[in-house]
Design a protein around this ligand. Structure first.
Ligand SMILES: Nc1ncnc2c1ncn2[C@@H]1O[C@H](COP(=O)(O)OP(=O)(O)OP(=O)(O)O)[C@@H](O)[C@H]1O
Ligand SMILES: [Mg+2]
Length: 248
């Protein structure tokens, strides 16, 4: 018997143009299971666009995105979520008027609408899962608090929890520690270590201290192309990276 260790995600020659402007230009990279990959690069490099392409929000002009043997470029955004890709945007989007518990509850995958979910009878399995996730995101003592009363960092964690409860194999986070305090950043690094026990994470981040702490591998984007890729040690000593990004 041969044991195959295929990558979780395989991006091949991916490009997208907006009115002739190539925001992502012939991008190829692979993400292993259990890996934390960080994409860095200057503003406008195309980092967020890469996540938009993977989650189906933006359609590729050419190229392929293989995820667990499926071609994501052919799927709709909703089906990509169902295939196991969770994506967090740059700004937190939790339901401010609902409690932490309720925010997690309505994110539990069930095909129900937000309205229906609120009136759905809680079963043991859901409550157990919410407890488990809330411990993971440091909010197990805050389950009855309204999301509006949480700190910015806690809202970011809650949103990560709302994705985790859907059990994605790949979690993509766009600048998760922006606006967080130093201690919240430390805990977020801890959270990511817990997350990758059973999944892979693709993170965009500008905070180099944080990147150094979490990244297994770093991919540097500039003008839609990969200019460097490898360990943090490798990319931070790469003259091309220093010139366009780290030297600023
Ligand atoms: N839907 C779109 N339509 C037109 N242009 C777009 C679209 N999405 C992104 N762009 C352009 O593509 C380029 C890359 O943008 P992107 O948001 O991916 O950069 P980024 O690396 O995430 O930057 P930042 O670090 O500032 O978040 C920018 O010039 C942006 O204006
Ligand atoms: Mg961005």
């Amino acid at each position: 018997m041969t044991i195959q260790n295929d990558p979780l995600l395989s991006v091949e020659n991916l490009s997208v143009s907006f009115d002739g402007f190539k925001a992502v230009d012939d991008l190829s990279f692979q993400l292993e299971k259990g890996e934390i990959r960080v994409i860095i690069g200057p503003n406008g490099a195309g980092k967020t666009t890469v996540l938009d392409l993977i989650c189906g929000r933006t359609k590729a002009t050419s190229g392929s995105i293989q995820f667990e043997g499926r071609e994501l470029t052919r799927l709709k955004e909703y089906d990509i979520v169902r295939a196991g890709v969770g994506r967090k945007f740059q700004t937190p989007s939790v339901y401010e008027d609902l409690t932490v518990f309720e925010n997690l509850e309505i994110s539990y995958p069930s095909g129900r609408s937000v309205f229906e979910a609120l009136f759905f009878r809680r079963n043991k399995e859901i409550v157990h899962r919410i407890k488990e996730i809330s411990e993971m995101i440091f909010l197990d003592k805050q389950l009855d608090r309204k999301a509006a009363d949480l700190s910015h960092g806690q809202k970011q964690w809650l949103e990560i929890g709302m994705l985790l409860i859907q059990d994605p194999a790949l979690l993509m986070l766009d600048e998760p520690v922006a606006g967080m305090t130093v201690s919240e950043r430390v805990r977020t690094a801890e959270l990511l270590q817990r997350i990758i026990q059973s999944r892979s994470v693709l993170v965009i981040e500008h905070d180099m201290g944080f990147v150094e702490k979490i990244a297994h591998r770093v991919t540097v984007l500039h003008q839609g192309r990969i200019i460097s890729d490898g360990s943090m040690e490798h990319v931070k000593n790469d003259p091309k990276v220093v010139e366009v990004y780290l030297g600023h």
